[in-house]
Design a protein around this ligand. Sequence first.
Ligand code: IPM
Ligand code: MG
Length: 366
Amino acid sequence: MAKNYKIAVIAGDGIGPEVTSSAIEVLKKEADKYGFGLTFDERLFGGASIDAYGAPLTEETLEACKNSDAVLLGAVGGPKWDAVDPSIRPEKGLLNIRKGLGLYSNLRPALMFKELAEASPLKTQGEIDILIVRELTGGIYFGERGRKDSDEVLPDGTPKGVVAYDVEAYSVGEITRILRQGFTYAQGRNKKLTVVDKANVLESSRMWREITESLKPEYPDVAVDYLYVDNASMQLIARPASFDVIVTNNIFGDILSDEAGQITGSIGMLPSASLGAPGTPGMYEPVHGSAPDIAGTGKANPMATILSAAMLLRWSLGENEAADDIENAVKKVLADGFRTVDIAGNGEGVTVCTTAEITQKILERI
Ligand code: IPM
Ligand code: MG
């Protein structure tokens, strides 16, 4: 009997619904081609869920995601919800779903497509193919936070007043499991692992280094180096082609993955995967945000979400041929000169397409 998979779809806000519906069309075509079944369970999430239910992530949506084989996410947030209480902001929904599904490992490849090399601000630097492995359910994003009054006075006589704090705390367990992910991905790639931290200042970073040293003997084929995050942000620009796998904490991974994405010149092309324990549903989403300014204009580039769907097929469903097929179709579309406006450069020598048109071009190549 043909396999049948359940995909929870949480399209979210802004361009989220447009790009996820493109990805669903592509997934359906692959399911027909390779003979497996897909059931899509579409749920509200983020701002759309705040509007409907007063919360960015409802229990029902989380349950639907837990009961799926994989989750496809568009994007969340937008100016409409900037003023809502922090406890129910769309971003809070994102953090809650990551925590709720135990998605501690966030894979963000920064890959420069050769057809789009001109778009990279660093096009002279050679081939860029970096995998950022970001710890996703710990650290300062989930640490103790709050505000408290202080009677203390600063040395220059200024009263402190209210103190706001966010704590960066990491356990040995959390660090060990994400470092193991980093080592393992490096083994499957070019065998170079860069651990990014701030060990010259932060105690938690010192522990990341100690644990890395203790794991190293188990991965003798992997060359490890360490960079302080400030230096890493420079080196990514100075020598992007020399990086292979970067493993880092939640906040540094958030920042560096945006930088790495921009270096490739085409953030509209970058997919991501968030994974937890084996056998539990992974979540797949484009690296870009909800881009509310272009929502509904047909300018959104659906390829990051379509490539996220390819990651979903590969990592959660094991449908590797279908995953390869999507990636090849996207490459062909680029090679045939079709572009969405964000990657069209000055428009010379390429055909600029809307979201629906480029989706059609991809479907034709499946
Ligand atoms: C990301 C985003 C989120 C994060 C925000 C929206 C909470 O920037 O996925 O990188 O910081 O993790
Ligand atoms: Mg981010």
